[in-house]
Design a protein around this ligand. Structure first.
Ligand code: SER
Length: 617
């Protein structure tokens, strides 16, 4: 079972056959649903609540876990409870929890438009950290599916045993005792789950398959028995890398995940997810003149955009911001090509209407503001870009990247509108071009910062000339100090969720649950200004990523860093520095250069994330 592969875990590619062409309006289904999606959500939570599970709200799409860009599964917010670093009983009053988690998987972006693939989706899950037994977990899943939702189970899978882990006879017997006799044994690739690309809790799974309205058996629920911890990546586990062995966790855990949209499709007996009540009102806003695939893409992407922006993601050319930008630009292009027949504002309103009750963090004005900004920016170059694309005979990866670089056309649009010309164009090659370019501009930035620079854009900070560079550099070091001071006052659970520096101010987003009180703001300013007054040296050390992590330096997305990274530290030595962060710079050489820091605004940014603006004078 792949961590990031919705395709594998929940949305099996092409598993549904074709959508029923006779059905002209999704609203047709809308009227006859025996159970609404809202009712299914409530029933799920109630079911587990009655069985002693604490209901935990969805965590943000921006995860605490630096190993992934976006939250891809319900278990992510609970990682520390599996390993024993945190105590669920203390934090939730129970060793068992249940949640409906906002999730996002980029791995399926090219598949969106078919019957069932999505970028943003909700995941229903129940979790246990030394609470429920295997028997409880399987029995609960069986009861919920067959009794509460009245869906028959077609068959289930269990782990056949390998890599030093025994065959899961226990699960097989439990299923048999419940009357499920079609129990299929599968291997490590399919029924052994662990996060990809990083170490973490893992273990054998049992998966439940049910028959769709189209007569296909589809995977509906994945129950992972987190019995192990693996100190390496999934790839290393599969290759049985020497020196990296599965370690038995001191307490067994449970992590289950059920893709909500696909479950609703099963309950409401619709041919695809787009006729369910989750999507019907969105699809109804789109004219028939658009082909089905485009309508589905717009529905999927508009939901994703609303949730990402509301959780604090801002369109940019990097990481999460780049994902959001691509989704937004794909919508903008279709809106542009539809010449007034599509109004995305109505779309966003519909998303808010459908979801606000469940996700109060959805922020209509923030969505509108980011949308308008991005649209204005992209429309300046879109028509030129499309013209250029039209002129090309065939589109190589480097030509595609040029279109992105010069006109902002995202890969998806080039591929989609380029038709035959892009037949050989591969996403992987495009991303390689992208990476090459990033490496070059990073190197260029370092050169410029050597003294001759004029225009700087690191993603985090921007400067048009030398004077501005001086200001944003001071603000950049101030931002590291602010980060330190926030953690000193509010606790170590505070993590950077984003930062943006202009000549006017630094804007810093961080994880924290509530508004800061005046006294805390004053303390934060005092701590920061104390560091400034002491005129502490600021330096960096270049280290291998591994060594850099060992220094205890704060970092963002572990897997995205190059093999060698710079750790900027504020202090006389790396060992006794007050602040250490993985960072590309630039920074001042002594904190005395900064000036006095003043927090000018503190506000909510998204669920669990606060935003501070600060200036220097
Ligand atoms: N974490 C598992 C998955 O994503 C089950 O929740 O499939």
């Amino acid at each position: 079972m792949e961590h990031s592969g919705v395709g594998r875990s929940f949305y099996v590619a092409g598993a549904f056959g074709k959508a029923n062409k006779k059905i002209s309006s999704p609203l047709r289904y809308f009227c006859f649903f025996s159970m609404t999606s809202q009712e299914i959500r409530t029933k799920f939570l109630e079911f587990f609540k009655h069985r002693g599970h604490a209901v935990v709200p969805s965590s943000s799409l921006i995860p605490d876990d630096p190993s992934v860009l976006l939250t891809t599964a319900g278990m992510q917010q609970f990682k520390k409870y599996y390993t024993g670093e945190a105590d669920a009983l203390k934090d939730f009053g129970s060793k068992n929890t249940v949640s409906i988690q906002k999730s996002f998987r980029t791995s399926d972006i090219d598949e969106v438009g078919d019957e069932s693939h999505l970028t943003f989706f909700e995941m229903l899950g129940n979790f246990s950290f030394g609470g429920s037994t295997k028997k409880d977990a399987i029995t609960y899943a069986y009861e919920f599916i067959t009794k509460i939702l009245s869906i028959p189970i077609s068959y289930v899978t269990v782990f056949e045993g390998s890599h030093g882990v025994a065959k899961d006879e226990e699960s097989k017997k439990i299923w048999n005792d419940l009357g499920v006799t079609d129990v299929r044994e599968e291997g490590i690739n399919d029924v052994f789950w662990g996060p990809t690309g990083t170490s973490g809790p893992c273990g054998p799974t049992t998966e439940i398959y049910c028959r769709s309205g189209e007569g296909q058996d589809i995977e509906i629920w994945n129950l992972v028995f987190n019995e192990f911890f693996y100190p390496g990546s999934r790839e290393e586990l599969l290759e049985q890398t020497q020196g990296k062995e599965l370690q038995k966790l001191s307490q067994s855990g449970l992590d289950t995940g059920m893709g909500f949209e696909r479950l609703v499709m099963l309950v409401q007996r619709t041919p695809t997810i787009y006729e369910t009540d989750l999507f019907a009102s969105l699809m109804a806003l789109l004219p028939d003149s658009l082909d089905m695939r485009t309508r589905r893409i717009l529905s999927d992407h508009s939901r994703a955009v609303c949730f990402l922006i509301s959780d604090g993601v801002v369109p940019s050319n990097k990481e999460r911001g780049y994902i959001l930008r691509r989704l937004m630009r794909r919508i903008i292009t279709h809106e542009y090509l539809a010449e007034g027949a599509v109004n995305m504002r109505l779309f966003f309103e519909a998303v808010l209407k459908n979801y606000s009750e469940w996700y109060p963090e959805l922020n209509g004005s923030l969505i509108a503001a980011e949308w308008n900004k991005e649209k204005e920016k992209f429309l300046r170059s879109l028509s030129k870009g499309l013209k250029e694309l039209g002129k090309l005979q065939s589109v190589s990866a480097s030509a595609a990247f040029k279109l992105y670089e010069s006109y902002g056309l995202p890969y998806e649009i080039i591929k989609e509108l380029g038709g035959e010309k892009t037949e050989t164009l591969q996403r992987r090659e495009f991303e390689e071009e992208f990476k090459k370019h990033q490496d070059i501009s990073r190197a260029g930035l370092e050169k410029k910062f050597g003294g001759h620079g004029l225009l700087v854009d690191t993603g985090e900070l921007k400067a048009a000339n030398q004077e501005e560079l001086g200001i944003v550099t001071r603000l950049h070091t101030a931002t590291h100090i602010l980060h330190y001071a926030l953690r000193a006052v509010l606790g170590e659970s505070v993590h950077q969720a984003g930062s943006d520096i202009t000549v006017e101010r630094t804007r810093f987003d961080f994880t924290f649950e509530r508004k800061l009180i005046k006294d805390e703001i004053r303390q934060i300013e005092d701590i920061a200004n104390d560091i400034v007054k002491k005129d502490v040296p600021v330096s960096y050390k270049e280290l291998s990523k591994e060594d850099a992590e060992k220094t205890g330096a704060l970092f963002f997305f572990k897997e995205k860093y190059p093999d060698r990274v710079k750790v900027y530290y504020i202090g006389n030595s790396l060992e006794d520095a007050v602040s250490k962060e993985f960072c590309g710079g630039p920074h001042v050489t002594h904190t005395g250069e900064i000036g006095t820091l003043k927090i000018i605004k503190e506000e909510a940014c998204s669920a669990g994330v606060r935003r501070i603006r600060a200036t220097l004078f």
